[in-house]
Design a protein around this ligand. Structure first.
Ligand code: PLP
Length: 429
């Protein structure tokens, strides 16, 4: 059986997609056609999707792979002796190998599938942190973290008596490295930081931070949620202990993500959850846990999502992360310059090394009002604290407007954003 292509109900909007306007050489017209949702009008207008840091749109190949699994392959994995179960198991495990290569891990046992970054932080906090930590031990994070890289560490500190230390950021939104180094001490057992800040766009110097933290004897956890779709990742070169990604932020499905963990550490860690698939044998007296990585994958996993994640990795690799980064960097420069034209607009997050995330406020207009006015124009941005309230507080704001760019965005999208912001100025200026 062949699956019918899933297409949006609408016809494409009358617009010639712009070329990249940069040297990345991404085939923008063809690339945009891979995303059915970009052809669906929003409020009668073409969709200008600038909320990629919240979640990215999905290419047809990902959508079809998920549908194809349910059409043709659906079965539970690992335990079945029948054809479909074996096929589904093979498809699932192939994605583990693909993810290993994508992240630059050495061994497929180092790749754990889970729901996403949030679950990864909780897993490491509870399975690595909780048995290790005691009163007087410290966990070092930074002021720019997403709540999911703050709260699980706070929870484990409360459970163990460990202390959470927070390194400051400067007015650009960069971690003050000198102060971060000062906070590293023999008491630091875990250093956790984002690769890329979702609220400010800051790209942290993760290699340098990892080397320093490991030299101080701390394990390093990196939140790669905002990095995976935008820059190549090689955990073997970064030399971190843990690194995690969320599928839905890299053109894959929701509810699936991956955690890389250094083999020796994963081996020494107890399971995070108990249940089916994470065991080798069970009696009422004693349970023997399964080998890695299954020890950390209790219960039926998101099989369709994992298969979709595999297609998302294919998609990223076909276009090439170097080219994607070049394209987004050029758009970031263009967008930053154009935003500076808007009177009363303040950029929040101006790190020298920055990903394509544009956070800002507009004098006299609440970010939610800005977001609502832009929405009337078919422009999707995010307004709020972006699950990074401490970072907002550092800049003296409760919320910002955030335009976050992805592979399919082009200069036309930025121009539409700017036109929308001029309307905001007319209404609130
Ligand atoms: N970390 C960062 C930097 C993020 O941007 C996000 C989501 O916005 C998360 C963690 C949480 O990711 P998820 O909701 O996929 O678990």
């Amino acid at each position: 059986m062949s699956t019918t292509p899933i297409t949006p109900e609408s016809t494409p909007q009358g617009r010639t997609p712009a070329t990249t306007g940069d040297r990345s050489g991404l085939p923008m017209e063809a690339l945009r056609r891979e995303f059915p949702i970009l052809r669906v009008p929003v409020r009668g207008r073409r969709l200008v999707y600038l909320d990629n840091a919240a979640t990215t749109q999905k290419p047809q190949s990902v959508i079809e792979a998920v549908a194809r699994y349910y059409f043709r392959q659906n079965a539970n994995i690992h335990r079945g002796v029948h054809y479909l179960s074996m096929e589904a198991t093979q498809a699932y495990e192939e994605v583990r190998e693909k993810t290993r290569r994508f992240l630059g891990a050495r061994d497929t046992r180092e790749i754990v599938f889970l729901r996403g970054t949030t679950e990864a932080v909780n897993l490491v906090a509870q399975s690595y942190g909780r048995p290790l930590l005691g009163p007087g031990d410290e966990i070092l994070i930074t002021h720019l973290e997403h709540h999911s890289n703050i709260v699980p560490w706070q929870m484990v500190c409360r459970q163990t008596g460990a202390i959470l230390r927070v390194a400051p950021i400067d007015d650009r939104g960069e971690v003050v490295l000198e102060e971060w180094k000062q906070l590293l001490s023999p008491r630091t057992r875990i250093a956790a930081f984002a690769h890329v800040s979702n609220a400010l766009g800051t790209i942290n110097p993760i290699r340098e931070m990892t080397a320093l933290a490991r030299a101080a004897g701390a394990a390093v956890f990196i939140d790669g949620a905002q990095a995976a779709a935008h820059t190549p990742i090689r955990v073997d070169e970064i030399d971190c202990d843990f690194y995690c990604v969320s599928g839905h932020k890299m053109y894959g499905p929701t509810g699936i993500g991956a955690l890389y963990g250094r083999l020796e550490l994963l081996e020494s860690m107890p399971p995070y959850q108990g249940g089916g698939d994470m065991i080798a044998s069970v009696t009422f007296e004693e349970t023997v846990y399964n080998e890695l990585p299954h020890k950390f994958e209790a219960g039926t996993p998101n099989i369709a999502g994992t298969i979709g994640l595999g297609k998302a990795i294919d998609f990223l690799q076909e276009h090439g992360l170097e080219r994607i980064a070049a394209h987004e960097d050029a758009l970031l420069d263009y967008g930053t310059n154009r935003l500076r034209e808007i009177e009363g607009l303040r950029l929040v997050g101006t790190a020298r090394h920055k990903a394509a995330i544009l956070g800002f406020t507009v004098d006299g207009a609440h970010p939610h009002d800005v977001g609502t006015i832009l929405d009337q124009e078919g422009i999707a941005v995010r307004a709020g604290h972006h699950c990074a309230q401490p970072a907002m507080e550092r800049f003296g704001v409760a919320a910002t407007v955030r335009a976050s760019l992805g592979i399919y965005n082009d200069k036309d999208d930025i121009d539409d954003l700017i036109a929308g912001l001029h309307k905001v100025r007319e209404l609130f200026g």
